[in-house]
Ligand binder design. Structure first.
Ligand code: SAH
Length: 259
């Protein structure tokens, strides 16, 4: 299909998919951090149902699947990511326990109180932290767990440049104590909270992005949208190295309150 036949939106989504598909993960994180978050969860058996929301190509899902029992459904709204997700699951021989489906996080295809664990790394911001926590809670069994990573402010005040960047990108970024309060208000007991080490950004996110940027520019020579995407990715990296003491990702593990 030529590009003229596609809407701009579709075309941009395809570029985003192209860019991130070459990376094992589509957000900051690492296998070690996924396992650390998993270590706080103690309710899983072979019968457990787990959802990984905004799973991308499944870097973290496959780590989870190799270390936790149960059936895992990965959900993402980009079909290209789900295609790669299912291919990754097959290549690792996990296809009987791990299935990727296309869907939207604001309309999840699960039954009330059927899930034992909701996982979501670097993705809940797409629906908003508070809204995601509130809406997803109903799908969890009482006593079920949620494990999400989300961007946080590490200080109460910060330089204008980084504040302005985040206010344009995601106004719901907040300080960790405020985020813990939101978790509690949404009906969960906070179980553990830890900040992702900066290597989750530098080694596992920005380093592979260098190659992904080159591949994208070579594939779409002269394409303005591709150039903008690459410029954004570079800008994100520059800002992080300049301001990493002010913000980063935090992992929150919490349990649905069961009275
Ligand atoms: N969890 C993965 C991907 C994080 S990037 C990782 O840590 O590597 C955020 C993901 O959310 C992307 O894969 C994007 O396609 C997906 N996403 C964005 N909006 C969504 C929505 N409304 N519903 C489902 N997935 C969504």
């Amino acid at each position: 299909m030529s590009n003229e036949n596609k809407t701009i939106h579709e075309f941009e989504l395809n570029l985003i998919c192209d860019f991130f598909s070459t990376m094992e993960r589509q957000g900051p994180g690492s296998p070690e951090v996924t396992l650390k978050a998993l270590s706080f969860i103690d309710n899983l058996t072979e019968k457990s149902l787990i959802a990984d929301i905004g799973c991308g190509t499944g870097g973290q899902t496959m780590v989870l699947a190799r270390h936790a029992p149960g059936q895992i459904t990965g959900l993402d709204f980009l079909p290209g990511f789900i295609h790669l997700f299912n291919r990754n699951a097959r290549q690792l021989g996990l296809q009987d326990r791990v299935k990727g489906i296309v869907g939207s996080m604001d309309n999840l295809p699960f039954q009330a109180e059927e899930l034992d664990l909701i996982w979501s790394e670097g993705a809940i911001y797409n629906i908003g932290f508070e809204r995601g926590l509130n809406e997803w809670c109903k799908y969890l069994k009482p006593g079920g767990y949620i494990a999400v990573s989300e961007s946080s402010w590490f200080t109460d005040e910060r330089p204008a440049e980084i504040n302005d960047f985040w206010m344009a990108a995601y106004t719901e970024i907040d300080t960790i104590p405020n985020q813990i309060a939101k978790i509690h208000k949404a009906g969960y007991l906070p179980v553990a909270t830890f900040i992702l080490p900066s290597t989750c950004w530098t080694e596992h996110y920005f380093a592979p992005a260098v190659t992904a940027r080159e591949v994208l520019l070579n594939k779409h020579v002269g394409n303005k949208t591709a150039e903008e995407l690459v410029a954004m990715s570079r800008h994100e990296e520059v800002l992080y190295s300049k301001y990493k003491e002010y913000y980063g990702y935090t992992f929150f593990i919490a349990k649905k309150i069961d009275l």
